[in-house]
Design a protein around this ligand. Sequence first.
Ligand SMILES: [Zn+2]
Ligand SMILES: [Zn+2]
Length: 244
Amino acid sequence: MKLLKEQYVCKRCGYNIIGGYYPESCPFCGVSHENFITAEECSQKYSIVSSKINNKIDRLNSYPKLGFEHSAYCIKIKGKNIWIDCPSTFSKDLEPMDKILFTHPHFLGASNLYRAYYTTFIWIHKKDSELPIASKHPFDKKFEHDFKLEGIEAHIINGHTPGFTFYIFEDVLFICDYFFLREENLILNPYGPAHSTMDGVKRIKEIVKKQNIETVCGYNYVMDYKNWNKKLVSLKNESFATKL
Ligand SMILES: [Zn+2]
Ligand SMILES: [Zn+2]
């Protein structure tokens, strides 16, 4: 694949710099370009490991850990695979995925390479597709409203990013990096407007209390819902993480 040679991966954060250009510094984390490897080298040095969440959902990670290593999730529905978010590493060893649904554009990973290789359709909120960090990435559907797809519910809450969307499938909630886990507490992601991030928390609480959630899948943790919800209830307003 020609694309693999033209694309760089930042080893500090995992962001894929696509579109055949070589910037001085990473558009996502700002580190200088000595920290980049090509997507081809990335595929040689890293693989994707999969671990089971339940009999329909697998967690996907780059191995060894790559950058700010984040998890993506694969939901198996009626013989199809639908991903929530995408790993930074491209691998040809996976089962084809029908769609990649994004929570927001911070972990687009190697989605353009998966799209080209497996003929995958990529969905993201329209406003998030317009952010500079996403401007070179291809998307097939730019949604603007909540939707339901093959049993997956998409809830747009805004906040951390203008189109931040979380997903629920059966008894599993996919919340990505809206919250960080710090020691025993949940704290809010500081990279977004404070007021609307806190409004988003209210919406999350309203929506999840009507559901029978058992498991919460975050960008770097998987947790029992009861335990997670205790942390959510005790989350204080203005409890934001410090920026890097
Ligand atoms: Zn970076
Ligand atoms: Zn984010």
